[in-house]
Design a protein around this ligand. Structure first.
Ligand SMILES: [Zn+2]
Length: 683
């Protein structure tokens, strides 16, 4: 009997529980071999059209994507040694394959010919846009290079993909390598009941009694925000910020330092091969922003507007901590005293809000909001294969038709990468038989597991995170683009991709929405008006401090990608320089934040971290229409749906924004939302 490899079936995600590590490499090798053969035949075709050339290419791409996506997803959320090795092997084949396609001169000239003949072939605006971007993609993959240089380029790409994977795995291993069991509850004085329950659940999940502190986010935040024991806060802070560095608990076993050096050096070499001065230039070639200098000017403009206010916020915090005998506020004191100050000023705490945000109620409220604004309903299913018992699966419906699906994986656990993200399982497109393949997304968060005999309860911050990822989700799932290459988030420039996600965050501060998503887990009572008002008042607590922190990360990212290749110590120096100019509360010497900055070293944000702020200009200004027309205004919702969400990557984001808003974006709503005085803005 031969066993079918689930990755070679039509819909591998439906067999997610059968995906054994052993299946990965053979499946990827086979699909790539099939694709190569068919692509060779396609390029030989005379009289190429969209239908006989681009569409068949999409079909091949789609099959490969659908096989790889669950592998990559499982590697993130159910990591194991075997899967990790299989993933790395598959990734290596994929990198070779995609570099080779990007450098294929026959494919390139076929694409160029189609583009040149676009009028004759009556290609749509979307198809033309895809071809234009695809031609740029070929150039950025080195299609114009000599054979020898192409080989060098391919080698760089391959090594980079290995290094990124290693970088991410080091963080996961370093995070899991540290733990602190606590048997004496008194050591945890200050922690509210719900935070204690998180630590108790941590211990219980590992078959232990008492409490367990780990470096997973809910646990880390519980200690840093609430533990009265300053020494304990320092210990946990130190363990967290030295992860994956030479100072780490694991004695440098998972040190990302050498990996960072090599990544920066290879990225620089790659940019130079393609004729750019540095990697930042290469990165911006396919983004909305036009040059690294423009990005820096933008960030400095924000810093100019926010800096003094951030200093004032810190001074207030320092003065407050001094009353408790803290003469020198340390980094491990910031969250703790900030929370206390916030409680004193606004009489509100994140922990106190938890009982009002029951996951199911929040999800239902979010669905109702989405239905109201974007005309789509949701239903949970229970017959789909899932990779963990806590994972949920939902369908999106319009006119009784299922138009999209998503998997929701909410809770932190071992062997699961930290953070929150949306990823693509499959994308919408119209097949050669005129069928629509619907989009499917994965929404992943790392909230605390529900405590015994209680439903899962979220802090308001976690609610905001959920709305954010859901915003990415609806960008992917509500698309109406028929072409694979531009549907959903495909082909959306990095610095525009955070528009729908950050847009959705805004709803979490409006009474109409809060009333829909909140309900005390014992009484069902929505968040009382006085608490709600305080929550809204507290929204911009320390917002300028938060803003300058984001600016610091963004400047660090763009500048290290503009410099000649840096070494571990010069990376640190660069960061220190930027902190001198921007940070109001410089972290201690031993802080190795950069060693776990996976957005830029392992993810897609290299020379692109500024995207959060860049896209926030768009998202804040987009939301200002809802402030003008009413946050639940259907007409505004439909406008956002048809001009932004449905359009995906089918046109330039600026064009889409102008169509939606009737004008270019302004930076004013971003600063106003953050409670920052707009008079300090210089144009
Ligand atoms: Zn995001």
């Amino acid at each position: 009997m031969t066993i079918t490899n689930p990755l070679l079936l039509q819909n591998p995600i439906e067999h997610v529980n059968d995906i054994d590590a052993n299946y990965v490499e053979p499946a990827i090798e086979q699909i790539i071999a099939d694709n190569r053969q068919q692509i060779a035949a396609l390029t030989q075709l005379p009289n190429k059209t969209w239908e006989n050339f681009m569409l068949p290419m999409d079909i091949l791409e789609n099959r490969l994507g659908k096989a790889w996506s669950p592998v990559s997803h499982l590697n993130s959320v159910c990591n194991s040694q075997a899967l990790r090795e299989a993933y790395d092997k598959g990734l290596s084949h994929l990198t070779d394959y995609s570099t080779q396609l990007g450098q294929d001169k026959a494919l390139f000239s076929a694409t160029q010919a189609l583009y040149d003949d676009r009028e004759n072939l009556q290609l749509t605006a979307t198809q033309t846009h895809i071809l234009k971007d695809s031609l740029l993609g070929f150039r950025l993959s080195g299609v114009d290079l000599s054979e020898a240089l192409q080989a060098e380029f391919a080698k760089i790409q391959k090594r980079l993909s290995q290094l990124k994977s290693k970088f991410e795995h080091n963080i996961l291993d370093a995070t899991m390598s540290w733990r602190k069991p606590i048997s004496d509850k008194n050591l945890l004085n200050g922690l509210p009941e719900t935070e204690l329950e998180i630590l108790a659940a941590n211990a219980k999940a590992r078959g232990e009694s008492g409490y367990l502190i780990t470096l997973e986010i809910p646990s880390y935040l519980a200690i840093l925000t609430y533990a009265d024991d300053r020494k304990l806060r320092e210990e946990v802070y130190y363990a967290y910020v030295t992860r994956a560095s030479e100072l780490g608990f694991d004695k440098g076993q998972y040190d990302n330092g050498p990996i960072m050096e090599e990544i920066l050096s290879l990225k620089n070499a790659k940019a130079k091969l393609l004729g750019f001065d540095n990697f930042a230039q290469l990165s911006l070639e396919s983004k909305m922003a036009e040059s690294p200098e423009q990005v820096i000017a933008f960030l400095e403009q924000l810093n100019h507007a926010a800096h003094q206010q951030a200093k004032d916020e810190l001074a207030t915090l320092q003065a407050y901590a001094k009353q408790s005998g803290i003469d020198e506020l340390a980094s491990w004191d910031v969250a703790y005293y900030s929370e206390k100050l916030k409680q004193k000023t606004f009489e509100i705490s994140q922990s106190e809000l938890r009982p009002y945000f029951v996951v199911d109620k929040v999800m239902q409220g979010l669905f109702d909001l989405t239905e109201q604004l974007f005309n789509v309903t949701f239903q949970q299913t229970n017959d789909k294969a899932i990779w963990h018992p806590k994972v949920r699966h939902y369908e999106l419906l319009r006119d009784n038709q299922v138009i999209a699906e998503f998997y929701l994986d909410l809770f932190a656990r071992q062997h699961k990468r930290g953070g929150a993200w949306m990823d693509v399982c499959q994308s919408r497109y119209k097949t050669d038989t005129q069928q629509i393949q619907i989009p499917i997304a994965y929404l992943t968060c790392n909230f605390a597991e529900p405590a015994e005999n209680k439903p899962a309860l979220l802090t308001h911050d976690e609610v905001v995170t959920l709305f954010h990822e859901f915003g990415h989700g609806i960008h992917h799932m509500l698309t109406q683009v028929d072409e694979l290459a531009a549907s959903g988030i495909s082909n959306v420039p990095w610095d525009a991709v955070e528009l729908p996600s950050q847009f959705m965050e805004n709803f979490c501060y409006h009474p109409e929405v809060i009333n829909q998503i909140s309900g005390h887990y014992e009484t069902g009572e929505p968040l009382p008006e006085n608490k709600l008002n305080k929550l809204i008042e507290a929204k911009n607590f320390q917002s300028a401090m938060m803003m300058v922190r984001q600016i610091e990360f963004s400047l660090f990212d763009i500048k290290i990608h503009m410099a000649e290749p840096l070494k571990v110590d010069t990376i640190q120096q660069e960061l220190n320089e930027i902190r001198k100019a921007v940070a109001v509360m410089p972290p201690p010497e031993f802080n190795r934040f950069q060693h776990s900055f996976s957005h830029i070293f392992a993810g897609g944000y290299a020379a692109g971290y500024y995207s959060y702020k860049w896209a926030e200009v768009l998202s804040a200004d987009a939301f200002s229409l809802f402030e003008e027309e009413g946050v639940l205004n259907q007409a505004a919702g439909r406008k956002f749906l048809t001009n932004i969400l449905e359009k995906g990557g089918s046109a330039d984001p600026m064009e889409l924004f102008v169509a939606f808003r009737g004008r270019k974006p302004s930076v004013e709503p971003l600063l106003r939302h953050a409670g920052i005085d707009t008079s300090n803005v210089y144009e």
